[in-house]
Each structure stands twice: as C-alpha cells, then as structure tokens.
Design a protein around this ligand. Structure first.
Ligand code: MG
Length: 174
C-alpha cells in the first residue's frame, strides 16, 4: 500500500461563493484562488498524487494556466481519480480534515462524503470528512481562512509493487 498526504489553505474572500468538496455553501464568504478555491479538493488531490508519487496539483493544473481559472476543483479530483483507476491504482480510503472557525461545517459532513465518494468513484464507507474549529488558534482558527489536510491510502498496480521505478509517468491535464 502507498500513503499520501496533502495540505492546502486559502484566505476568505467576499468576491467568490464558498465551494467545499464540490458543494456550494450559501451565506458565507468564499475562498480565494485561481480555481473555485475548494481547498478541500486541493488537499485531497495532493494526497492522492502523493501516494502515487505522481507530482502535485500545481503540476497537473498549473495556476497560471487560464484553463483552470474558476475551474471546478471537484472536476480536478475526478480527473485525478480517473487517471489513478485507469493506471491500475485502487483507493483503499481517504481521510480529510477541514479547519475553520466558521461557518459550521458539521451539518455538511454527509454531503461532503457523498460528493467526494462520487468524484473518486468509491463507496462512501471509504471516505471520511472531519471538521475542526481550530480553537481560535492560527489563521484558520482566527477566522482568516480555511485549511484542509488529507491522507489517502492506495493499493498500487502490480508493476508499481514490483519496483517503484516502474510507476507510470504523470500525464498532463486533458
Ligand atoms: Mg489550493
């Protein structure tokens, strides 16, 4: 098995709607970013790519590429999951923690799980989403933005098990 870890953080902005795990959350400022600012999906993409030693989100979806302006980050996650599945990788489980003092995220947790599971093409029992307030500490706890940390456990294709050097090359985004 291969484990990967991902982290992302974005500041709040009033100029964009809030999108987390691909869901639109009304009544709160959004997250600044070149794409839709969905830091949850960004952290998860990096965890998946890290487990496969297949680069990072900036390599797959460069922030200076106009194709990804306002792009759906859930779509990026779906694209990475599709590449993994097509390359023989299997997602054992993913675990995501969102850190923000506001808005309350616990009511959205089941929706987050369903949205991510659909994008990843796995059963919802393999997806965990947790929310933490940050207890007033750090930029996220102080209400200046949202942080997301993720881990992913992947079962590699047989050839990757035999030798790490045989991992497939990283394709560019479609
Ligand atoms: Mg990001």
């Amino acid at each position: 098995m291969r484990v990967g870890w991902g982290y992302d953080a974005h500041p709040w902005t009033e100029s964009r709607p809030l999108v987390l795990c691909g869901l639109s959350i009304p009544g709160h400022a959004g997250l600044e970013g070149h794409s839709d600012g969905d830091a949850a999906c960004h952290a998860l993409v990096d965890a998946l790519l890290g487990a496969a030693a297949a680069g990072d989100i900036g390599r797959w979806f460069p922030p200076d590429d106009p194709r990804w302006r306002d792009a759906s980050s859930l779509g990026m996650l779906r694209q990475v999951a599709g590449w993994l599945a097509g390359s023989g990788w299997r997602i054992e489980n993913v675990d995501l923690t969102l850190i923000a003092s506001e808005p309350p995220l616990a009511p959205w947790r089941e929706g987050f799980v369903q949205s991510l599971a659909a994008a990843l093409g796995v059963d919802a029992t393999r997806v965990s989403v947790k929310a933490a307030s940050g207890n007033g500490l750090g930029f996220a706890g102080e209400g200046r933005g949202l942080a997301a940390v993720a881990v992913a456990l992947l079962e590699p294709p047989p050839e990757a098990t035999a030798a790490a050097g045989s991992l497939p090359p990283v394709p560019g985004p479609r």
